[in-house]
Design a protein around this ligand. Structure first.
Ligand SMILES: Cc1cc2nc3c(=O)[nH]c(=O)nc-3n(C[C@H](O)[C@H](O)[C@H](O)COP(=O)(O)OP(=O)(O)OC[C@H]3O[C@@H](n4cnc5c(N)ncnc54)[C@H](O)[C@@H]3O)c2cc1C
Length: 419
């Protein structure tokens, strides 16, 4: 198949005033995505298999350590730099970008984000010592981390404590419970499990006691179960994980006790990291439509369809939707910081909702506009369409939950009731 010309950036560095680091990382991801991710994406989708080859190559490019601080050997990307880079990856392979997000969170949440949180100095030293162990595995061995938090109840939405538990025993913890939809199941080297510490003498689990523990994939008591044959994001291999009295040592703690709760309450933008993949898919649906209507999609006869007014209107409306999505999302990822204003949190939910819903809407419009041949499996659009549909379902900030929270917080100030 002939090559496509190099894609333009989703966020032009000059127009969006990106930092030099953001410009470099996004260019690196775009070149890698176009050359390496795009040609392989159909295979992971068809087989519903994990993109192991991509991870090997991402390790070679330093991308597994993108959010590991520079002084600890990584590329030192902060939240926004990561989001912009991940959007470029999502453009070419949704499943790789989405699973990469699970991995990257194990370094972003434990790295840059914790620098903004309160810890006494001795605890911070201990945290830095522990995380270096994880970072070394990633940088040296190419270790990949998953992030299973969903359990099929209200915990993943942040409503109640995780039902997966950790009990203190000499030298570490015993982890027990079940996680559903664990992307990278059977393929990650470590599962970054969110679970609740069971405290002696307390009869109820508390969200304040959430622990974030790295469980080795081959630890006795870890099992992967269930089939995986979904509509979209098929390469994520998000099967179920069972933990039966799995022993992990104390250094398995990716964050000290109490820190995840502090992060979740003080750094809410941390839950936006699933959206970059779908920002990339939204751009991909638009790009495909323009190239297809211009008769320039590689491998297709050079038939132009751009002269019809209905196609021009459709593309114009897609462009409007894409620009709205980009502008809101860019502002929201720029807002991210500890203890954001209420306005910034409302905007983060609005941005998450917009990206997830608009990616699916743009992909649907692209199929409708390009027509019958465009949905053949020899072309990427139908995969983009199926992958994009999954965005609104991603907890903790599903499209429904974002609407719930915006409506509530727009109408009530903290502590207000109608009694
Ligand atoms: C491709 C893909 C990859 C995924 N990867 C991971 C992963 O790596 N790790 C992981 O932990 N999870 C992952 N998930 C899981 C995902 O984030 C959801 O947890 C999962 O889809 C929830 O499934 P459910 O059917 O039990 O949803 P339910 O919990 O039944 O929720 C269904 C809908 O109800 C709404 N809802 C849920 N709770 C509330 C509430 N308290 N109040 C109001 N409305 C609510 C939400 O809108 C939600 O979409 C993945 C999902 C997909 C599709």
């Amino acid at each position: 198949m002939p090559e496509r010309p190099a894609d333009a950036p989703i966020f032009d560095p000059e127009a969006f005033r990106l930092t030099a680091q953001e410009a470099e990382l996004t260019a690196r991801a775009r070149a890698f995505g176009q050359a390496v991710l795009a040609p392989r994406a159909a295979r992971w989708d068809r087989e519903a298999s994990f993109p192991t080859d991509n991870y090997r190559d991402m390790h070679g490019k330093g991308l597994l350590g993108i959010c590991i601080p520079r002084e600890e050997g990584g590329l030192g990307a902060d939240f926004r730099a990561y989001c912009l880079t991940a959007a470029e990856m999502g453009r070419y392979c949704g499943a790789t970008a989405l699973t990469w997000n699970m991995h990257v969170c194990s370094t972003l949440w434990t790295g840059a984000l914790t620098e903004d949180l309160e810890m006494d100095p001795a605890l911070r030293d201990e945290h830095r010592r522990r995380r270096q162990k994880h970072y070394d595995r990633i940088l040296r061995d190419g270790a990949v981390y998953a992030q299973p938090f969903s359990e099929g109840g209200a915990a993943a939405a942040g409503g109640v404590a995780f039902g997966t538990t950790a009990r203190r025993v000499p030298g570490g913890y015993l982890v027990s419970g079940k996680k559903i939809f664990a992307s990278l199941a059977g393929h990650a080297d470590f599962y970054g499990v969110l679970c609740t510490e069971v405290k002696e003498g307390e009869d109820r689990l508390s969200r304040r006691d959430t622990l974030y523990l790295a469980v080795p994939r081959d630890a006795p008591g870890v099992t992967v179960e269930g089939d995986w044959d979904p509509l979209g994001m098929r390469g994520t291999v998000s099967r179920n994980l069972l933990f039966r009295d799995v022993f992990v040592e104390e250094d398995a703690a990716l964050m000290p006790p109490g820190l995840y709760f502090q992060a979740a309450t003080r750094w809410p933008h941390m839950f936006m990291t699933l959206s970059p993949t779908y920002m990339g898919l939204a751009q991909a649906a638009y790009d495909f439509t323009v190239a297809y209507l211009r008769g320039e999609w590689p491998g297709m006869p050079p038939v132009k369809r751009r002269m019809y007014p209905t196609k021009q209107i459709a593309v114009a409306e897609m462009r409007v939707m894409l620009e709205q999505t980009k502008a809101l999302w860019f502002q929201a990822i720029t807002d991210a910081r500890p203890d954001p204003l209420k306005e910034q949190v409302l905007r983060a939910w609005a941005a998450q909702h917009t990206v997830m819903e608009n990616a699916a809407a743009l992909a649907a419009r692209a199929v409708r506009t390009c027509g019958g041949q465009s949905m053949l499996k020899t072309l990427p659009l139908e995969r983009i369409y199926r992958d994009a549909r999954c965005g609104s379902l991603m907890l903790p900030w599903t499209a429904e939950l974002c609407i719930d929270r915006i409506g509530r917080d727009a109408l009530y100030e903290k502590g207000e009731t109608d009694d």
